[in-house]
Ligand binder design. Structure first.
Ligand code: MLT
Length: 407
């Protein structure tokens, strides 16, 4: 008899964003015509920028002509896109060679696929709260997980803590969901730790474009020595609105070795078998992001989302509830009032105010009692939501939600 992968039984019943979508759909069914303020999943609302659209159209046209048509492309990425990405790092003084860039179809996919490189016996170290795909991918593959808790007292930025056998370290900065950002000195500590413990850092840089200060690192490879202990995953989703188009990249440095074996070579080998390359059309669109016009246009969208984030933060401050994030990240992380549980807070915000958020408990046990707001909504949505949040009477809200309120 063929036994299915029983590790799936260890997963939560449903994935965070699927559960939010289910609850939202159920609410809509019962309340047809309700205008909901969607601040749950981090999905963009601005259309693709003109430079990308023009490149996509041109690439589609290429495919209509025999002499310009493209079939399979190199599985690790088209040279034109690998070069553009390497040059993007080069502009900030980070030396990345085009061959170290692996183009792929989505960062969330790659954060799980990357596990193919490591022995199943190596445990993962996941600072939490964390993007739930890290945990789920490790659970599915039967890998042990050491959960490294962090909270408000540490600014949601845990320091390295020796956990024997946990050699695969997931770091995300700017952090999803908390919006916290590591400084260079803090990242250096992790790089030193990885060297000392022969560990490998899987660095999720999907939100690096939201960092507003040149003093803060946007890539792990800004830290000397990271090229021998880290892999970086990045995405066009949040930077250039590619959530529906799908394109990402992974940097696996040539110098990255574990136990005398080149992880770069292994990843190249893995991709040759398991990935037939990203579509030509998508890669052309992605390359347009790095043109001067593309950079200017995506920056406008990023600025608009960050203005949204500031609006959310300000509204929460006016209403007297604690929040963090939203300064170098498109997420605002709010502490639920009166010790409310995340999903209770989510349900009440939906039912009373038509606001969809992301319950902190979905980002691990450390997120219980917190709520995440995404600033990727349209300006109209965020303005309406900010008004409702600013006017919020959290005491009355908590009473409505059945919380144990002691005024
Ligand atoms: C999120 O909302 O945390 C993510 O951006 C959704 C995703 O990319 O899977």
């Amino acid at each position: 008899m063929l036994t299915p992968n029983l590790h799936y039984a260890e997963l939560k019943d449903s994935y965070l964003f699927a559960r939010i979508a289910e609850k939202t759909a159920a609410y809509c069914e019962g309340h047809p015509g309700t205008y909901l303020l969607r601040m749950g999943i981090g999905d963009v609302s601005q259309p693709l920028c003109p430079a990308v659209i023009a490149a996509l159209h041109e690439a589609v046209e290429d495919q209509a002509h025999k002499e310009r048509f493209h079939g399979y492309l190199p599985e690790c990425g088209a040279p034109f896109l690998r070069e553009s990405i390497a040059a993007y790092y080069g502009k900030r003084g980070v030396a990345v060679a085009p061959e170290e860039v692996f183009v792929s179809g989505g960062a969330s996919d790659e954060l799980g696929h990357i596990l193919d490189l490591f022995d199943p016996g190596a445990a993962a170290l996941i600072p939490e709260p964390a993007y739930p795909a890290y945990v789920d991918a490790n659970v599915m593959s039967g890998r042990r997980i050491a959960h490294l808790p962090t909270g408000r007292a540490q600014g949601f930025l845990p320091e390295p803590e020796a956990v024997p056998g946990a050699e695969l370290i997931y770091l995300c900065s700017p952090n999803n969901p908390t919006g916290a950002v590591y400084t260079r000195a803090q990242l250096r500590q992790w790089v030193e730790y990885a060297h000392a413990h022969k560990a490998c850092i899987i660095y999720d840089a999907a939100y690096e474009a939201y960092i507003r200060s040149a003093a803060l690192p946007r890539s792990i490879f800004e830290i000397a020595g990271a090229e021998t202990c880290a892999i970086e995953v990045n995405s066009f989703s949040k930077t250039a609105g590619f959530t529906g188009v799908r394109c990402s990249w992974v940097i696996v440095p040539r110098a990255l070795m574990q136990d005398g074996i080149s992880l770069h070579r292994l990843w190249k080998r893995r991709q040759a078998t398991k990935y037939n390359g990203t579509s030509y059309i998508v890669q052309r669109g992605a390359a347009a992001v790095f043109t001067p016009a593309g950079q200017q246009q995506v920056q406008r969208d990023i600025d608009a989302y960050m203005e949204n984030a500031v609006m959310i933060r300000d509204a929460l401050e006016v209403s007297g509830v604690f929040s963090t994030g939203g300064t170098h990240a498109p997420y605002v992380w709010m502490q639920c009032p009166h010790g409310m549980r995340s999903w209770d807070c989510f349900d009440s915000l939906l039912k009373r105010f038509g606001i969809i958020s992301a319950p902190g408990a979905g980002f691990g046990a450390q997120g219980e009692g917190w709520l995440r707001f995404s600033s990727f909504g349209s300006r109209e949505t965020i303005e309406k939501a900010a008004k409702r949040l600013a006017d919020m009477d959290w005491d009355a809200f908590a009473v409505f939600a059945g919380a144990d309120v002691r005024l």
